[in-house]
Design a protein around this ligand. Structure first.
Ligand code: IPM
Ligand code: MG
Length: 427
């Protein structure tokens, strides 16, 4: 049994994680060995228990096989006493669970071409995996601090430090993942200026020559990489980079997908003797306080993060692909329906519950071939100004016909079940 702990956290975390739960239950009902727990975290914990994270929550975090994380960050933190919020619990989890590998998979999604600020022909074929080192570098290097002098002046410092062991273990992840993809790794650093990166690059090259000679290794300086990401994103297969550069480049690369709201991430620790690794899965969009509580948040990044959990924690690549395919189908079909909705020709409900339908409509009893009874159309819109926002709406009966979109999704689930999905789950 895999123990998954849901920490919805702040802002839109509370809206997207129930969607993930629905999806998880769909898989549980088909026999996947998952137990779900949930703990309040962040502002919700503060309101209920007067602390941002209870001790028992931390215990659960330490015991979980994986954490399904929503988001952290809210204007409400301003009202919380400074001593309570000294600790950044997301960074604490990364550090104490040893989650040194951060994977951010970024693709151009059919149906979302219009949402990107890049031209469709620039986006075409983009499918890259950013492998970000997550527990070292400036985020955690010591010494760090701010020194203030009595005259009001001062100095502040952080330390950019990497050991050979830290570089090797993340580079090994990148090379191993490249083996399962197109066999190319682009290492991104700033070795023209900083010694840390001269050392980083040397270490990466040595490792490649020793353990991964078949992988094609190239190098870019981080400034050039930022430009290449918007100039020709399709050139990348796997990008290997350190903590801070990975943070910045992954936001930049997110524009390829048109919306930060689409992007999943996995943070993984080292393998134990049984090959299990601690893990935290989270959408990369953050808490989006501007749209929180309005039913506009896009749950795709969180749902796709759950797909990564199926892939890496449960080691069920087929189920992960099923889920990813269903989300892609919703996006592709939903956007095809979006134009009349945007122009006001269709009523909006303002909810994204359409995304639930492909899962909920095929409850176990009806998995073998039945179609959902309710005709539903899906309208989706991504908003360039608020990049977290992709609203997918259902407009039941408004067209008076079953839309091709819904039929396609049901067919997808139906086909999956007759292709032996249920059998493989109960095995
Ligand atoms: C991310 C976020 C975090 C980071 C913040 C919330 C600490 O921006 O996961 O990309 O900087 O790593
Ligand atoms: Mg970031």
């Amino acid at each position: 049994m895999y123990r998954l702990l849901i920490l919805a956290g702040d802002g839109i975390g509370a809206e997207i994680m129930p969607e993930v739960q629905q999806v998880a239950h769909w898989f549980i009902a088909r026999g996947l060995p998952i137990s779900l727990q949930e703990e309040p975290f962040g502002i919700a914990a503060w309101k209920a228990h007067g602390t941002l994270m209870r001790a028992q929550t931390w215990q659960q975090i330490m015991q979980a096989d994986a954490i399904l994380f929503g988001a952290i960050g809210s204007p409400e933190y301003e009202a919380i006493p400074a001593h309570e919020k000294q600790q950044d619990y997301l960074l604490k989890m990364r550090r104490e669970l040893g989650l040194y590998t951060n994977l951010r998979w970024i693709r151009a999604l059919p149906g979302l071409e219009d949402a990107s600020s890049l031209r469709p022909e620039v986006l075409a074929g983009t499918d890259m995996l950013i492998v970000r080192e997550l527990t070292g570098g400036l985020y955690f290097g010591e010494p760090r601090g701010i020194e203030r002098a009595p005259d009001g002046s001062g100095r502040a410092f952080n330390t950019l430090v990497y050991s050979s062991e830290e570089v090797q273990r993340i580079a090994r992840e990148a090379f191993a993942l490249a083996r399962t993809r197109r066999g190319r790794v682009c290492n991104v650093d700033k070795s023209n200026v900083l010694e840390t990166f001269q050392f980083w690059r040397e270490t990466v090259i040595e490792l490649q020559q020793r353990e991964f000679p078949e992988i094609e290794l190239s190098h870019q300086y981080v400034d050039n990489c930022a430009m290449q990401l918007v100039r020709r994103p399709a050139q990348f297969d796997v990008i290997l980079t350190e903590n801070l550069f990975g943070d910045i480049l992954s936001d930049c690369a997110a524009m390829v997908a048109g919306s930060l709201g689409m992007l999943p991430s996995a943070s993984l620790g080292r393998r134990d003797a049984q090959g299990r690794r601690r893990a935290l899965y989270e959408p990369i969009h953050g808490s989006a306080p501007d749209i929180a509580g309005r039913g506009l948040a896009n749950p795709c990044g969180a749902i796709l993060s759950f797909a990564l959990c199926l892939r890496y924690t449960l080691q069920r690549p087929d189920e992960a692909a099923l889920l990813e395919g269903a989300v892609s189908a919703v996006i592709a079909s939903g956007l095809a329906m979006s134009r009349p909705a945007i122009s006001g020709a269709l009523p909006w409900t303002g909810s994204y519950s359409a995304l639930r339908l492909p899962f909920l409509s095929a409850a176990p009893s009806e998995a073998e071939g039945s179609m959902p009874s309710e005709p539903v159309s899906i309208a989706a819109q991504s908003d360039r100004i608020s990049p977290n926002r992709l609203s997918v709406t259902t407009t039941s009966n408004c067209l008076g016909v079953r839309t091709s979109c819904m039929a396609q999704l049901s067919a997808y689930i139906w086909a999956s079940s007759i292709l032996g999905y249920s059998a493989s789950c109960s095995a």
